[in-house]
Design a protein around this ligand. Structure first.
Ligand SMILES: Nc1nc2c(ncn2[C@@H]2O[C@H](COP(=O)(O)OP(=O)(O)O)[C@@H](O)[C@H]2O)c(=O)[nH]1
Ligand SMILES: Nc1ncnc2c1ncn2[C@@H]1O[C@H](COP(=O)(O)OP(=O)(O)O)[C@@H](O)[C@H]1O
Length: 251
């Protein structure tokens, strides 16, 4: 395993969202706002790692997939169309996801950003460039067979996006969410046919995104088959940018 293959922790290059007009007093914390992204194929553990980062560092993360699923709940023609992409394991068109994410990020401009699953294409990365300068990008490289196994064993609580795996992090009671007691379901796009398409598409779209961030020196790649082994390296990297609120050992 080669955690941290593309570079170790670097001193903070923290940025702020560019002011939109004349100088507005910016609170001291704003200059320390984190702009981070976690990328990786379906099942690579983005959600699991983001959830740990969020808890240890006292921030919220924004999952584009979960955000899409929630946004589509409202129905309508556009929603139904986007729903078809999700169910078939295809990427939602750039203009749809970009519009949604930009609007949401605008609302969060005074908060830390930890994005899970966005950007996934070069077009999305360029749109993100237009509103911020990223501090770091974490890429999770997990073998294909491991991804397939994990996705077939993934159970989710749709309302919150909490994920479980019957071996790795099983719920306290089989089939129900720990916090709400509501039933867990398997995602439509975790069916084997959809998984194969998603993994293929991911690779093609993600390659230029990775190259872009690598060329900027902000890409940190972590490889392995176990999140628990990758996690300490991720924690160390994050700790160099933002003070933890909980120690690393507490899962
Ligand atoms: N067996 C195993 N399962 C894991 C590990 N890390 C995450 N998972 C599970 O793998 C599935 C995919 O993880 P998730 O965080 O949802 O990946 P994402 O699709 O990249 O957001 C979930 O069911 C997780 O509980 C691990 O190290 N081992
Ligand atoms: N950045 C994105 N661009 C386009 N489609 C996206 C994006 N993020 C999520 N989606 C859509 O949501 C689905 C689920 O994404 P996500 O919850 O991140 O799951 P996973 O990481 O397991 O693929 C994707 O297969 C895709 O249809």
């Amino acid at each position: 395993m080669c955690p941290g293959g593309a570079g170790g922790a670097r001193p903070g290059r923290l940025t702020r969202v560019p002011p939109r007009s004349a100088p507005v007093p910016v609170p001291a914390m704003a200059s320390k706002l984190l702009r981070a992204v976690v990328l990786g194929p379906p099942g690579s553990g983005k959600g699991t790692v983001c959830e740990r980062i969020a808890r240890r560092f006292g921030l919220q993360h924004l999952s584009s997939g979960q955000f899409l699923r929630e946004s589509l709940g409202g129905g309508g023609e556009a929603g139904a169309l986007a729903q078809q992409y999700l169910e078939r394991g295809l990427l939602v068109p750039d203009h749809v996801i970009t519009r949604l994410m930009m609007a949401e990020l605008e609302k969060r401009r005074e908060q830390h950003w930890l994005l899970d699953g966005f950007p996934r294409t070069l077009g999305q990365a360029k749109a993100l460039d237009g509103i911020c300068q990223l501090d770091l990008v974490i890429s999770l490289n997990i073998p294909f067979e491991t991804l397939k196994d994990r996705l077939s064993a993934r159970w989710v609580h749709p309302a919150s996006g909490r994920v479980y795996n019957m071996d790795f992090n099983p719920p306290h009671t089989q089939g129900v969410d720990d916090l709400t007691g509501e039933p867990l379901v398997q995602r439509e796009d975790d069916r084997p046919e959809a998984v194969a398409a998603r993994l293929r598409k991911y690779k093609d779209a993600a390659k230029p995104v990775m190259e872009l961030y690598k060329s900027r020196g902000i890409l940190h790649s972590f490889s392995g088959t176990e999140t628990n082994k990758i996690w300490p390296y991720v924690y160390t990297l994050l700790s160099s940018r933002i003070p933890p609120v909980l120690p690393e050992e507490e899962h």
